[in-house]
Design a protein around this ligand. Sequence first.
Ligand code: ADP
Ligand code: NI
Length: 218
Amino acid sequence: MVSDDLIVKTADYVKKQMSGEHTGHDWWHVYRVWQLAKHIATKENGADLQLVEVAALLHDIADWKFNDGDLEAGPKAARKWLESQGQPEDFILAVQDIVRNISYKGAGTSSDMSSLEGEIVQDADRLDALGAIGIARAFAYGGAHGREMYNPDVKPELHQDFESYKKNNSHTINHFYEKLLLLKERMHTKTAKQMAEHRHKFIEGYLEEFHAEWDGER
Ligand code: ADP
Ligand code: NI
């Protein structure tokens, strides 16, 4: 039996683990994903709200991008925490499945999630990569990784597999074409699709302005 107590304790644990991270994976990203996921879950029929909340809270607990590409680092960290809280095996496996599969792995790769709860958490995570916050996060990530803001000589690439996506280190504007503008079509739930529409348009407008200024038109 999952309890509210578990959600409060998990939020507290994650907040302590992630506070102060400055590349877009801080506690406040997790907090926004948690709130977005709760919002989507209440609009979708049949989602297990407690699974959604705990998975949203643990979804970036040990991201592959910060663990030498180890895709199992997140699921392992999630298990360790949930075992310490005496959670049952089927619940742990369901959370691990979501944490394992949530990440974007390139334009040509699939975004399948095996549960409705996974679809909801993935949608919430991806909404936070869109809109005004998504733009801020992309430049924060790029800056933290020493990437150029923009370089017109380096064109975007639509990565067909995870390996080439992972190795990619081009400028931040390319990230918009390689990932952010592709997310809208990959939303699973109706609620997230609607929210993504607005955030997507905002990014398109931003890029249009960016290129116009770059070209000296404004
Ligand atoms: P995912 O959940 O798909 O693994 P994250 O949510 O972990 O992605 O990504 C964290 C944030 O960093 C997102 O806003 C994402 O767009 C941004 N980001 C990831 N890779 C890059 C990159 N190469 N350049 C700029 N921003 C990036
Ligand atoms: Ni995330």
